[in-house]
Write a protein that binds this ligand. Sequence first.
Ligand SMILES: Cc1ncc(COP(=O)(O)O)c(C=O)c1O
Length: 393
Amino acid sequence: MPKPSERMTALGPYLFSAIGAKIREMKAKGIEVLSLGIGDPDLPTPDPIVLELIRATTDTQDRDRFRYGSDWPLEEYPAAVAAYYRRRFGVELDHKTEVVPLIGSKEGIAHIALCYLDPGDVAVVPEPGYPVYKIGSLLSLARTYVLPLDPQRNWTPDLDAIPREVLAKAKLLWLNYPNNPTTACVDRDFFQKAVAFAKAHNLLICHDAAYIEITYDGYQAPSILQAEGAKEVAIEFGSLSKPFSMTGWRIGYAVGNSEAVRLLATVKDNIDSGVFRPIQKAAVTALGLEESQWQWALEIYRQRRDWAVEALQSSGIPVEKPKGTFYIWAPVPDGFGGSQEFAQFLLERAHVAVTPGAGYGPAGEGYFRLSLTYPDDHLKRALDQIVTALKSA
Ligand SMILES: Cc1ncc(COP(=O)(O)O)c(C=O)c1O
């Protein structure tokens, strides 16, 4: 067999594959482990979306329904994304040139790097952060400049601290709010400043808006495209996975700068063949739902958030209720070493799996992340086990 590429050596297993392997190992020893590791909704996709999938799949009038989504494209889905942006954010999009359907936002996030990065080029990537931003650079043989998110600045980056020589080679600047894993949220003004910075330094901002709809307590997260002039320098990645509990369906979109959208569509045209048409039709239904038809899920996450924050606070872990995402990002309590050691402690003593902050890069060290996408009874048992383990430590 030939030697695998250097990219593969650098790539290694995806963060959550490693956690899953550890859980399976414990299970094999007869130990039940409760995972709070992964952000994958346990709630069902709302019925109207599922019913539309069934209808569209069995619609004998649509003879092209089983054919390649890219060769038999539907205009309805990009048009529905544009209508959703108008309704939710007051942003006008030309669905023909400023929207590209994705097979989940993850692939678009990885593929945009191929559109812009040559070896030697730089992507500026926040840390802690979703691992795929760095993976995109790695697959493009480009370099990543790590931009630490500062807890003192509400986990936002200090863009002015990026060295000049880095900016000279940088092409992409990644942002993600509401943020995974830190749960930080920003206002429109933050995006306005980022847009001005990108213009001044000839950067494309890639804003990952996967959690834009997962917000609480009256907070509505802004789209970067609400910032003036954003379309000149920004592309935003959106996902149906989180708000509509559709992770397994694999559908998302990228919107914004028409040149970036065109390049991303070109990469995808060359390597995938589009989204299954009935899934696109079901996604049209999703984006057109009344808020009450899907926001019930937010009430469930909010309740779980409150349980988790109260349980951690009762154990002396200082954590505040996040306004966005379905995660809790909390400091590792004193005396437990680093985040890996603490995650190991919780695995062995509480039989609960959490994600160590270091899994999101060295800047995540000292923190751990819990996900709220587990059934209420599972979450409550896991929280009880954490509290008991911490008491007896
Ligand atoms: C920050 C962030 N961006 C993007 C994604 C990708 O979501 P999807 O590919 O399901 O659209 C995730 C998934 O967990 C995420 O946490």
